[in-house]
Design a protein around this ligand. Structure first.
Ligand SMILES: Cc1cc2nc3c(=O)[nH]c(=O)nc-3n(C[C@H](O)[C@H](O)[C@H](O)COP(=O)(O)O)c2cc1C
Length: 212
């Protein structure tokens, strides 16, 4: 796919570290998006700048490789958010053992922008959502992104009390882990990737992202 490389990947390292959360359920009371919000808030406590891109609030057309990307206000806004971000958390419902169509469509718009960055995964499922996480991980791997070695799986039927609060203590622990690990490992990976690109290191996958 022909895409104009974003500049931020190879800019000088900024001090801030931004995590962008992608919520991809169109459900008003989405459990995956809610857990994403909580995880982002906790990441903020570990020093990240965070932003939530809830796809249900945007009109993102089905990706068309024959159309330029910067066509609508919504797409421009999404491009800005993606380009400014150093790491991503993808949240989706389990739809037929895979990610939502909205999430796949979002991912189809980008690849270069994901390279060298860390991704975390959240899935809401009646099962464990393992294949869903695997599918997102595969898409990210194709874009040269890194993945946390674990994901957050929410059982939408069992993990909440009748008021919608989390009642699963293990889930709370895993949210904390993800918030902490996204910031800690995300910064390390980001710093090394930028160093490799900026200093034109040759024996690394990062060399393909050096500006000619
Ligand atoms: C079209 C569709 C397909 C679904 N497929 C599965 C499935 O294969 N396995 C599963 O455990 N749940 C499946 N579900 C249930 C959703 O994953 C579940 O309700 C989830 O909690 C929704 O997440 P949300 O609250 O973030 O929207 C499906 C739901 C829909 C609407």
């Amino acid at each position: 796919m022909e895409q104009k490389p974003s500049e931020n990947v190879i800019d000088e390292k900024k001090d801030s570290f931004k995590i962008l959360g992608i919520g991809s359920s169109l459900n008003k009371k989405s459990t995956s998006t809610r857990i994403l919000q909580i995880t982002l808030e906790k990441s903020r406590k570990y020093g990240a700048t965070v932003s939530l891109l809830n796809l249900r609030e945007f009109n993102l057309p089905i990706f068309n490789p024959n159309k330029p990307r910067e066509t609508t206000h919504d797409i421009i806004k999404i491009n800005e958010e993606v380009n400014e971000s150093d790491a991503f958390i993808l949240a989706t419902p389990d739809y037929h053992g895979s990610m939502s169509g909205g999430m796949k469509n979002f991912l189809d718009y980008y690849w270069y922008e994901f390279s060298g960055k860390l991704f975390g995964y959240i899935v809401s499922s009646h099962e464990k959502g393992l294949t869903v996480i695997d599918h997102m991980r595969t898409a990210v791997r194709q874009c040269y992104g890194w993945s946390l070695p674990y994901g957050l799986s929410i059982n939408s039927e069992n993990d909440f009390d009748i008021d919608g609060n989390i009642k699963n203590v293990y889930l709370n622990q895993r949210i904390n882990n993800m918030a902490r690990d996204m910031v800690t490992y995300g910064k390390l990976l980001s710093k090394q990737f930028l160093y490799d690109v900026n200093t034109k290191q040759e024996n690394t996958f990062a060399s393909q992202f050096v500006k000619k």
